[in-house]
Design a binder for this molecule. Sequence first.
Ligand code: ZN
Length: 150
Amino acid sequence: MSDLTDLYGEVILDHCKKPRNFRLIPDATHKASGANPLCGDHIQVYLKLDGDKIADIGFLGNGCAISRAAASIMTQELIGKTKLEAEELFRKYHAMVTRDMGKPYEGEDLGKLAIFAGVAEFPVRVKCATLSWHAMEAALKGGATTVSTE
Ligand code: ZN
């Protein structure tokens, strides 16, 4: 469990206890649900777009510390970004948490998201850390409104 203590750093625990933007957006223009059956995480992501820009984003759901913290921090990072910027950020974040641990982390400019770099050591947690992002991407694409990590 000592490895997990490192993974559940202070920032992650804070976001887990007090998730930011943990709310439904009644006039959301885009929304999607995500499920991670392996861990039992369920999440709904709501977005309100103003043109191409994410004017508001919120989420609801239940899940483990990593999934809640990842969703909370995602919403903070994405407010004000364009759809393209959001997709690009997800691409970098996904590359970080699925990287080969044998290689050093090159550290693309991920700001606060870099605290999830350690997740790459725990493949089973990668799905927890990316669930909200997959739901966000599905919401933006507007196709499937439910995503599953399985
Ligand atoms: Zn989880």
